[in-house]
Unconditional design. Structure first.
Length: 396
């Protein structure tokens, strides 16, 4: 008998995962709820979902085994806490939370209950991360002393439409979400390779000057006027990590949203929009083809996604991905975000069904998320260096 999963939020990400979990051999049932009943009904009909709930609360009161949170980013922490308190396993889209005390509570609940928590950070499965983890394991980097992770996504390339879809008439209030509170694509990309965690941060935010009511403190629900930000971190082994969160930038984010660079004493890796290089003291190797993810599926599940964002939702697997570890039932199904969706969906099910820790468990999720929370606080204080708390490694 498989597990049951209740998806919360019938938005842009949900269709891909509804199909994947519905096809998974260890999932017996997939359910759905959304705060807008019409969206629940429409998506359920399209995806073949037969059980829906009128609300998140109703879902938590049901016998569903796990909930998958696909709601607006500032709601994840409180919803995950409620779900764990209700005895449900939790899959959450990023970020884990936007407050440090919510993260601490999630870890506390996972310890107390033994329930599974997994954050759906896509960058852990990007070809760049997979490739660099192997290079590090092979000793090809030598000592890694400096790394960079970027999330470079201009508002003009799909984000206006995304916030309008999720935020309704007051969308400008939430479109100002502080860039550094959405840090996991940049931070996680680096830390998934190095296995380190950040101990200190100093960050600078760039105030927006577009004048369109987005990133305007007088409008912003978050009292935020930063549209771009850069953070410099000290890691536990003494190495350095820099991350960039950019929302006003002349860059083709529809081609590649996240970029990784890792520098070691013996080798280095650098990624641009269309070019990726492996470099040593002897020369340069173009490994761009290894990073390519072949498109999967069509636009049937993407009607609510702005055309500028659709390429990210179409991407398939790359030559460096291990296809053999995925369920056969996933073959031909929509993938997305550099091949990550299939692995995310399977790893959560495997963790719950097999009672094992997922790769991006609560402790790892905290290390991907907390650096951004403290980086934003540093930026608000003009770049003052702040210490970042750490919850340690996951129990063996």
């Amino acid at each position: 008998m498989g597990i049951s999963i209740g998806v919360v939020g019938a938005g842009q990400f949900a269709p891909s995962f509804l199909r994947l979990w519905s096809a998974h051999p260890d999932v017996s049932e997939v359910r759905l709820t959304d705060v807008i009943p019409e969206r629940t009904a429409q998506m359920a009909a399209k995806q073949g979902i037969t059980v829906t709930h009128a609300s998140f609360e109703e879902m938590l009161e049901s016998d569903v085994d796990a909930v998958a949170i696909f709601t607006q980013r500032w709601l994840h922490g409180e919803m995950a806490i409620k779900a764990l308190e209700a005895g449900k396993h939790v899959y959450s889209t990023v970020p884990m939370a936007i407050e440090a005390d919510q993260i601490a509570r999630i870890i506390e609940l996972v310890k107390e209950t033994g329930l599974t928590y997994m954050m759906g950070e896509t960058s852990y499965y990007y070809p760049s991360s997979v490739y660099c983890r192997q290079k590090l394991a092979d000793g090809a980097f030598g000592r890694v002393f400096y790394s960079e992770g970027d999330y470079v996504h201009d508002m003009d390339l799909g984000f206006y439409a995304a916030y309008q879809y999720s935020g309704g008439e007051d969308w400008k209030k939430t479109a100002s979400f502080p860039p550094l509170l959405y840090p996991t694509h940049a931070v996680g990309n680096v830390l998934s390779v190095t296995g380190q965690h950040a101990t200190h941060v100093s960050a600078i935010g760039v105030k927006d000057d577009r004048g369109d009511g987005v990133f305007d403190k007088d409008v912003s629900q978050f009292d935020n006027d930063f549209s771009n930000a850069t953070a410099l971190f000290k890691l536990a082994d003494g190495s350095i990590m820099r991350t960039n969160e950019m929302r006003r930038v002349g860059y083709p984010s529809h081609i590649r949203e996240s970029r990784l660079r890792v520098f070691g004493t013996e080798g280095s890796f650098e990624q641009l929009a269309t070019t990726t290089l492996w470099q040593t003291k002897e020369g340069v190797e173009d490994v761009s083809q290894l990073m390519e993810t072949k498109a999967t599926g069509d636009d049937a599940d993407l009607e609510n996604v702005d055309p500028a964002l659709r390429d990210a939702f179409r991407s398939g697997l790359s030559p460096v991905h291990d296809r053999s570890r995925l369920p056969e039932e996933f073959a031909g199904l929509h993938n997305g975000h550099e091949g990550s969706h299939h692995f995310l969906a399977d790893d959560f099910v495997r963790a719950v069904a097999d009672k094992t820790l997922p790769p991006i468990n609560a402790w790892v999720s905290a290390r991907y998320t907390l650096p951004g929370i403290y980086a934003h606080q540093s930026a608000l204080q003009g770049g003052v260096q702040l210490e970042i708390p750490d919850h340690g490694d996951a129990p063996a």
